[in-house]
Each structure stands twice: as structure tokens, then as C-alpha cells.
Design a protein around this ligand. Structure first.
Ligand SMILES: Nc1ncnc2c1ncn2[C@@H]1O[C@H](COP(=O)(O)OP(=O)(O)OP(=O)(O)O)[C@@H](O)[C@H]1O
Length: 713
């Protein structure tokens, strides 16, 4: 609590002149408010009892002028404080936002989005609310001190009694203050966590709907609300208790002093004017104490809010920006990973002793199974993270030694899901180079082959892209993202699964655009689709964080039993029509699937005719665990996750399957429930084979049916 007060003082002292004027204005108001109850003594004892009419007039006119002065000064103080208070609060908002921009990627993985937002929404707002109440808090505390001093001047014995009784009013805050603070902090933590849950729930709506998880989610939220209700009740009740016990103390104090004061007045020890003034001051004291107890919960909330704001402000980026360091000169030679080892968490290494060199002007591609470390390579190239061992070097310089902005300014990146901000197409492209002219924006759009589409829109480049670019198709969003990357004129272009989430025809079109753009640039591409890496100068095949193979497409195909060769074989052999809605599979390719491996050429050719092409958007559930299965699936392109329900009723991810993988072969043989759920992660094209067709064809080879039956058991 003291640190909150110290921080507030520090914030106000940044504006010394305004703070001094503010305090002066408060003193004027305070002087008048203290004089008002005291005036009874002068009016009665000095003017009314001795019949001094002129003095009475003087006191009354002094009171009226004092009131006028106090009102004028009060209004001036209100105006000044409104501006000062809002400046201090906006400073906190700015500091917090700037801090967020400086923090590294791991922080955002660690801290939920809802928690961060709630530090702006709840915590800063409680600080803002309290700051607006500071003048009242100061008037109340200083008024309390001044009034007690005046009581001593009036009648010290009675004042002593009042002061001895005053701690009665403080029993409540003393007993319950810390508990109320703790409860308020816990409540805020819970509010933040609820905000995270709601945010996650909104983003996960497609999954929730697809899996019918609404009742589960509602049930869980109800449990959370039960917990929230308990915390909220405890926090409110503790604050009420502070209020209630303080009022009780004030009442007892008033009663005591009125009783004793009346007896003193009866015996002539205290004048009538002093008794009246004493009572009036005590009354005003009780108002002040009530005001302080009303302010206490707001203070407690703001203190715990400030604690959470400070936690965020004290966060240190794990990847310091190092802006004072030397700037990276224009990229000239090569990028090198020198014996790089990296882990997101101590339990598991994501990259292990990687060493490689990518010369300027070449196209390097990283391929490998899901989880092999492809995206981690990009995270280190962009310096989103620093390696635990080894170094990433541009032109021989360790990128930890150079100013981070000078590194990123030389890189353009296109992500798998490119985030567009809710503004115009022009502004979204211009984010790549904020100082770019309209001409440059159009030139980038032309290169990304989206200019013609943009100008065909009624609002052209001023068209609002909608939330997260939702008013554009996936392909259009990706082209805007490409324009945003190339407007920077980047020395290095990074493509992170840039076309994987698109349907086949859009993917093919964008790949063509990319080929034109990337000619004569240094391009680093991460992809699970080998066809996108075929033209790379060097392909790095990653396996469990290590480079398993490297070389050109042709060189890698020559490696007997090589991983690349196997993956290439897995992903090829499908003939996809231009529009992506029809796929043909060769008998040779079918033979590579275990279930078809024993079949002869003519049977396979016939089977291949019964395959049907099915396309699904991303975030769709294709198969529900427990449903009866009657189809065999081959993934021609795209990614799915295989999920299995655990004991708590939620799904665990067992695997991610992609191009060339298959599932459900047992459904060709028997009518049994599916053992897992299949959910698409990107748009997916499958070819599927129905059991009834398969079994019809198998009548031609009954010996194989027996063989397959025995193998599937
Ligand atoms: N933020 C993170 N925190 C902890 N572990 C992570 C994080 N990101 C990735 N990993 C782990 O690091 C390993 C490599 O992940 P990475 O994302 O680089 O793989 P990938 O080859 O790009 O996979 P995919 O093709 O599925 O994107 C995986 O085991 C993954 O679980």
C-alpha cells in the first residue's frame, strides 16, 4: 500500500507546478471548511452573547466571502485536477502499452490475452477511479488532522477524550484492511482469468460448435462463477465491514464527547459557543471519517490494481531489443546457424546443434514432419527467441550483438495466417513501410497480383478489410500480406507455410506470384508441402530438431531410403484438377498404402476409380470418435489433427496428419466405431473409398480378404 502511495506521489511530482497549485487550492478550501464549524464559537461567544452587532456583521461577511472564495478556488482546482489526473492516468496507459510492445514472444505465450487485457480494463480503471478521488482523500485526511488540532485549542481535555476515542474508528480498517486488500487482489486475478477464458472461448467457437462442447463449456464456466461469486462476496463483505465498524466507532465517539461536553458546559467549564463549535467540529469529523472509510475500498482496489500493473511494467523482455547497439549493415553475404540449440522449456529441445549457411540470393526451404522444428528456425531467424547455445549470424555478426529493429527492417515475412488489422487495404499494406507513398502501396499490390481486385471494389484501396481481414477471402488476405511484406523491399523474404492454409487452386495461383517475387531474393521458406520446396537451392529436412538431410530436390531424391524421398513419394502420385475439386490417384501410388500393397495392378486400377474427392474447410470435424465408420481416407493436401477423449471429457491431440497420410482403413473391412476424432487444421482435400465398393471389388480376390482380415486384427 505504501508503495502505491509512493508511486502516486512520484507521478504527481513529475508535474511540480500543477501539484503545488493544487495543494494550495486544497489548503484554501480546507481552511474554510474548518472555519465554518468553528464560527459558532465566535458568533455566540463574541457577538451574540455580548450583543456586538458590528462584530456579528464582520464575522458573517467574512463567512460569505470565505464561501465565495472557496467555491471559486474549488472550481479552479477541479479544472486543474481534471487535466492533471487524466495526464497521469494516460501516462500509465501509455507506459503499459509501450511495455507490451517491448516484451518478447514467450511472454505472450505465457500470459493469457485476457489477463493482459484485464490489466488495461480492470486494473488501470480502478487506478483511474481512485486518482479522480484524490482531492477528496486529501481534503478528508488533512481536514481530520486540522479539526483535531482545533478541538485541542477549544478544550484540550475534551479533545483528549475525542482523540483517545478516535482509534475506535480505526479498528475496522486495522482488523480488516489487509484481508480486504488480499481479497480484492484475488478477485482481480479471477476477473483476469475469466477474461482469458471468455477470449479463448470466442476464438475457439468453431471447435466448440464442431465438437458440441457448449454444455461442457457452460458447465465449466458455471463452476468458475461459483468460485468468482465466493471471492466477490468475501471482498465486498470485508469492505462493508470496514465501513460498518468505522461508523460504529464514530457514533460511540460522538456520544461520549457530547455527554462529557454537556456536563462541562453545565458546570461552566466550557462556553456554550465552544460546546456548539465542538459538536459541529465533531459532526464534521464524523463526515470526514465516513468519507475516508468510503474511500478505503477504492484505495484497496486501486492498490491491488497497481500491484498487477507494476507486475507487467516490471516484466523484462527475454530478447532485449538492444537499440543502442550497432545497426546491422545492409545484408550482403549469408545467414548462418552456428551450432544452435534451443528449447522453449527445459524439458524438451526443439532444435539440437543446428549448423547451416544460407548464402545471399538463394532459396532455402525447411521441411519436415509436424513438430520437427521448422517454425522454430523462423523464430530464431527473426530473433523472436534467442538460442540457449550457439548463435544465429547475419554476415558473420551474432544477431544478439546488433540493434533488433535494424535486423527486422531487412526482413519481410508472410505467415500461414496473416493477421490483417481492422482498417483499409491501403493501411494494411502500408504497415510494411509506414512512410510509403500511395504509389508504392499500389506497386506492392501489383507485385502481389491483387491490385486489379482492389480497384474493382467500390472503395478501392480504402475498403475496410473487417475484423482480422474477415471481409476478404483467404487468398486475398494472403496477397495483401504478401504486398505488406514486399513493400519493405526486404533483403530477406521469409515464408512461413505461406500458402498451406489455402485451397489448391488459390495455393497454385499464389505460388506462381511468389515465384516471380522471390526470383533473385534471399528466400527462406518453411513448409510441410514438398512441392513448394522443389525449386529451392537447398532443402533442409528436419527431424526432431536436427537436420536429417540437406541438398537440392534432385540430390535428396537420390538418397536411398532418405526421409525426403519417402515424404516425396508419400505426397506425390495424386493428380489434382485446376479447381482442386477432382483428384485422381495412380495404381502405383495406391500400392504404397499397406492395405493395398498385396494387390495386383488391374485390381488397383479398378479400385482407384472408386475413390471420391472430398474437400473441407479448416476447423471442421470429419469423423467423430464412436461413430460407425464406412470409409477409408487419404489426405491429398492439408492438415488434420487426430483427437481422443480423455477422462475429463476433453480431447487430447494424438497426432497431426498431412499430405499423403491416411486413416480409417479398418472401416473398409468391418463396421466398427471410429477410435478417434479427425478435425481439419487447414482446408483439406481427401480422396475416400466406401466399404461397399471396396468389398464388391474384393470378391475378385477372396484370398486377399482373408489376408487383410488377419492383418487388421
Ligand atoms: N511456444 C512453445 N512453447 C513450448 N513448446 C513449443 C512452442 N512452440 C513449439 N514448441 C515445441 O517445439 C517443437 C518444434 O515446434 P515447431 O513449431 O518448430 O515445429 P514445426 O515443424 O513448425 O511444426 P508444424 O509443422 O506443426 O508447425 C515441437 O515439439 C513443439 O511442441
Amino acid at each position: 500500500m505504501f508503495s502505491f502511495v509512493r508511486l502516486l506521489c512520484f507521478s504527481f511530482l513529475q508535474y511540480k507546478l500543477q501539484t503545488t497549485l493544487l495543494l494550495a487550492a486544497l489548503l484554501v478550501e480546507l481552511a474554510f471548511e474548518t472555519f465554518m464549524p468553528l464560527s459558532y464559537k465566535f458568533i455566540i461567544d463574541l457577538a451574540i452573547v455580548p450583543q456586538q452587532y458590528n462584530l456579528l456583521l464582520l464575522i458573517l461577511s467574512l463567512m460569505v466571502s470565505g464561501a465565495l472564495a472557496s467555491v471559486v478556488v474549488g472550481m479552479y482546482r477541479d479544472r486543474m485536477f481534471a487535466s492533471l489526473g487524466s495526464r497521469i492516468v494516460t501516462n500509465y496507459y501509455k507506459q503499459l502499452f509501450e511495455k507490451l510492445q517491448s516484451l518478447s514472444t514467450d511472454f505472450f505465450h505465457r500470459m493469457g490475452g485476457g489477463d493482459i487485457v484485464s490489466r488495461f480494463n480492470n486494473d488501470l480503471i480502478s487506478i483511474d477511479t481512485f486518482i479522480k478521488l484524490i482531492p477528496y482523500a486529501l481534503l478528508s485526511i488533512l481536514g481530520l488532522i486540522l479539526n483535531v488540532a482545533v478541538l485541542f485549542v477549544l478544550q484540550w481535555q475534551l479533545a483528549l477524550l475525542a482523540v483517545i476515542g478516535l482509534p475506535l474508528c480505526l479498528i475496522g480498517p486495522k482488523l480488516f484492511g489487509q484481508k480486504a486488500y488480499d481479497a480484492s487482489y484475488q478477485l482481480k486475478e479471477e476477473q483476469a482469468s475469466i477474461a482469458t477464458t471468455v477470449q479463448e472461448n470466442v476464438s475457439a467457437q468453431p471447435v466448440i460448435k464442431a465438437f458440441g462442447l457448449q454444455p461442457l463449456m457452460i458447465g465449466r464456466f458455471a463452476d468458475r462463477m461459483l468460485q468468482y461469486g465466493k471471492l466477490s462476496t468475501r471482498s465486498s463483505f470485508l469492505n462493508f465491514l470496514i465501513d460498518r465498524t468505522t461508523n460504529l466507532g464514530t457514533m460511540i465517539l460522538n456520544l461520549m464527547t457530547i455527554c462529557v461536553g454537556s456536563v462541562l458546559a453545565y458546570y461552566g467549564i466550557l462556553s456554550i459557543g465552544s460546546l456548539l463549535a465542538f459538536s459541529a467540529i465533531l459532526l464534521s469529523l464524523s463526515y470526514l471519517v465516513a468519507a475516508i472509510t468510503w474511500l478505503a475500498p477504492q484505495f484497496i482496489e486501486a492498490t491491488s490494481g497497481m500491484q498487477r500493473v507494476r507486475e507487467l511494467l516490471d516484466e523484462q523482455p527475454s530478447v532485449p531489443s538492444n537499440e543502442q547497439a550497432d545497426h546491422l549493415p545492409h545484408f550482403e553475404r549469408d545467414i548462418e546457424f552456428r551450432n544452435v540449440t534451443f528449447a522453449y522449456s527445459p524439458e524438451q529441445r526443439s532444435l539440437n546443434g543446428i549448423s547451416l549457411t544460407i548464402p545471399k540470393g538463394t532459396f532455402a526451404a525447411f521441411v519436415g514432419a509436424s513438430g520437427s522444428g521448422k517454425s522454430t528456425i523462423i523464430n530464431l531467424l527473426m530473433r523472436f527467441y534467442d538460442p540457449q547455445m550457439g548463435s544465429v549470424r547475419y554476415d558473420g555478426t551474432d544477431i544478439r550483438q546488433i540493434a533488433l529493429p535494424s535486423l527486422r527492417s531487412q526482413i519481410g515475412i508472410v505467415f500461414q495466417e496473416s493477421f490483417l488489422f481492422r482498417s483499409s487495404i491501403r493501411e494494411n499494406i502500408r504497415l510494411g513501410k509506414p512512410e510509403a507513398s500511395d504509389e508504392e502501396v499500389m506497386e506492392a499490390a501489383r507485385l502481389a497480383e491483387i491490385h486489379d481486385f482492389i480497384v474493382s471494389l467500390p472503395d478501392g484501396y480504402d475498403t475496410d478489410v473487417g475484423e482480422r481481414g474477415g471481409r476478404l477471402s483467404g487468398g486475398q488476405r494472403q496477397r495483401v500480406a504478401i504486398a505488406r511484406a514486399i513493400i519493405r523491399g526486404p533483403a530477406i523474404l521469409i515464408l512461413d507455410e505461406a500458402t498451406s492454409a489455402l485451397d489448391p487452386s488459390t495455393e497454385a495461383a499464389i505460388n506462381k506470384t511468389l515465384q516471380q517475387i522471390t526470383a533473385a531474393r534471399t528466400v527462406i521458406s518453411v513448409t510441410h508441402r514438398l512441392a513448394s520446396a522443389e525449386h529451392a537451392d537447398c532443402i533442409y529436412v528436419l527431424n526432431q530438431g536436427e537436420i536429417a538431410e540437406q541438398g537440392s530436390h534432385q540430390e535428396l531424391l537420390k538418397l536411398p531410403e532418405g526421409r525426403y524421398k519417402q515424404s516425396w513419394t508419400k505426397q506425390t502420385g495424386f493428380d489434382i484438377s485446376e479447381d482442386g475439386y477432382h483428384v485422381e490417384v495412380s495404381s502405383g501410388r495406391l500400392k504404397l498404402f499397406p492395405i493395398f500393397s498385396e494387390m495386383d495392378e488391374s485390381l488397383l486400377r479398378d479400385i482407384s476409380h472408386f475413390f471420391v474427392t472430398e474437400s473441407y474447410a479448416k476447423e471442421r470435424t470429419i469423423i467423430h470418435e464412436g461413430d460407425l465408420g464406412d470409409k477409408f481416407y487419404i489426405i491429398v493436401r492439408g492438415k488434420v489433427e487426430v483427437l481422443k477423449k480423455n477422462s475429463t471429457g476433453t480431447n487430447d491431440r494424438l497426432a497431426v496428419l498431412s499430405d499423403g497420410d491416411f486413416f480409417g482403413e479398418v472401416a473398409l473391412l468391418r463396421n466398427i466405431p471410429r477410435t478417434a476424432t479427425i478435425h481439419t487444421l487447414t482446408p483439406v482435400v481427401f480422396i475416400t473409398l466406401q466399404r461397399e465398393f471396396f468389398q464388391d471389388l474384393m470378391k475378385r480376390a477372396p484370398h486377399l480378404t482373408t489376408f487383410l482380415e488377419s492383418r487388421s486384427k
